[in-house]
Design a protein around this ligand. Structure first.
Ligand SMILES: [Zn+2]
Length: 381
């Protein structure tokens, strides 16, 4: 009897969760009958749940929908601002700040020059920047309340071990074995830490138009990656799943920062391009657009190496590969060269249509970190 009861509770919980997630995903108001139809649930089940959500302030009635005969159905919409999440993207020279609501929408994003140092002063000041950022959000949208902040997601460019609760390693920030608590104690919110490529993949994966499984290749100061699979990130036994930056693409080749020779990172980190254009990736792509001979030659070599790596990833996983990070978010129409070269390497005569560019820009990691907080909340609904 106990087992049956447990199962019933589980079914009720799942129904409730599905209904709320459905409401969060809608851009327009919906009615109880529409929800029941979309989720193949009975109308009384849906109505009982939405009534509870309304009582809890999580859903609002916003009038009535046009009648299709009989009683007019109530128009429902999730009260998106009743749950907010902050995202903080820590990189070597900047911090990215994002604010997301329950629907996963980005309410605001800012990027500030803020060189990293693993010091008390740095984290205290980062905390102050975060509060000032929220103040600015509030001044634009007065309905936003600090008491509605569910937590803070922090993206780090390094290996983030969720079992050990520590940042195992970050070359770019010069960190080794830093317990989460050394970072999180400076922020007055429940905190979740995740790797920057994982955060990027998460932000992309929560987008309705993305496939349920894809590889996210982050091309920033370092090269990283992540596997997104049915709503979650595949972490691996050492939280290093997707570390594509250290795949060997040229045996005995250039020295990588890890000390090995020929890693992808030594060929496809964003600095390979930006260093040739005075440190600015935007400038590199402007020169490339203008037909600059030197930049065109550099892009030829870069895309050949990138296409080799992308094709290798695709051969293993047989899924879309999204180019993200600094290069992926600026690549624009130049992605065609990567597609052509990857298609040229493909044994099965596929075109390169499986290669996509990330559309989120710099905000991707900060938003992904914030969305992790929203997801934790939704799981408990
Ligand atoms: Zn390496």
């Amino acid at each position: 009897m106990r087992e049956t009861r447990g199962t019933n509770i589980e079914v009720k919980k799942n129904n409730r969760n599905h209904i709320f997630r459905y409401l969060c995903a809608q851009t327009q108001t919906v009615s109880n009958p529409e929800i029941a139809s979309a989720l193949s649930m009975s109308l009384p089940t849906v109505t009982a749940n939405t009534r509870e959500f309304i009582e809890q302030g999580l859903v609002r009635e916003t009038g009535e929908l046009a009648s299709t005969g009989g009683r007019r159905a109530k128009a429902l919409r999730v009260a998106a601002e009743t749950g907010l999440a902050l995202g903080l993207d820590i990189t070597k020279n900047h911090i990215g700040l994002a604010l997301a609501d329950l629907t996963g929408s980005c309410l605001a994003y800012e990027r500030i020059h803020f060189p990293f140092a693993h010091t008390e002063d740095y984290y205290r000041r980062a905390g102050q920047e975060l509060e000032a950022f929220f103040d600015r959000c509030q001044s634009r949208q007065t309905e936003l309340s600090r008491s509605r902040i569910l937590g803070l997601g922090i993206s780090f460019p390094g290996i983030v071990d969720l079992t050990m609760q520590e940042i195992t390693y970050s070359h770019v920030l010069g960190l080794h074995a830093i317990p989460f608590a050394e970072v999180t104690r400076y922020f007055p919110y429940p905190c979740q830490l995740l790797n920057d490529a994982n955060a990027g993949a998460y932000a992309a994966g929560m987008h309705a138009k993305m496939p349920e499984r894809f590889f996210y290749l982050s091309l920033s100061n370092t090269v990283g990656g992540a596997v997104f699979h049915h709503g979650t990130l595949v972490q691996g036994s050492s939280f290093r799943c997707g570390e594509a930056g250290h795949m060997t693409i040229h045996p005995g080749g250039r020295k990588c920062y890890c000390g090995k020779l020929g890693c992808l990172d030594a060929y496809c980190a964003a600095g390979i391009l930006s260093d040739a254009a005075g440190g600015s990736l935007e400038q590199f792509f402007e020169y490339l657009d203008a037909g600059d001979v030197k930049m065109t030659a550099l892009w030829e070599v870069y895309t050949s190496d990138l296409a080799m790596a992308v094709n290798n990833i695709h051969m293993i996983l047989d899924c879309d590969v999204m180019l993200g990070g600094y290069v992926g978010s600026r690549i624009g129409a130049h992605i065609e060269q990567v597609r052509e070269k990857a298609a040229g390497r493909n044994t099965f005569s596929e075109d390169g249509g499986y290669i996509r560019a990330c559309s989120g820009g710099n905000r991707t990691a900060a938003m992904g970190a914030a969305l992790g907080i929203i997801e934790t909340f939704l799981e408990k609904i």
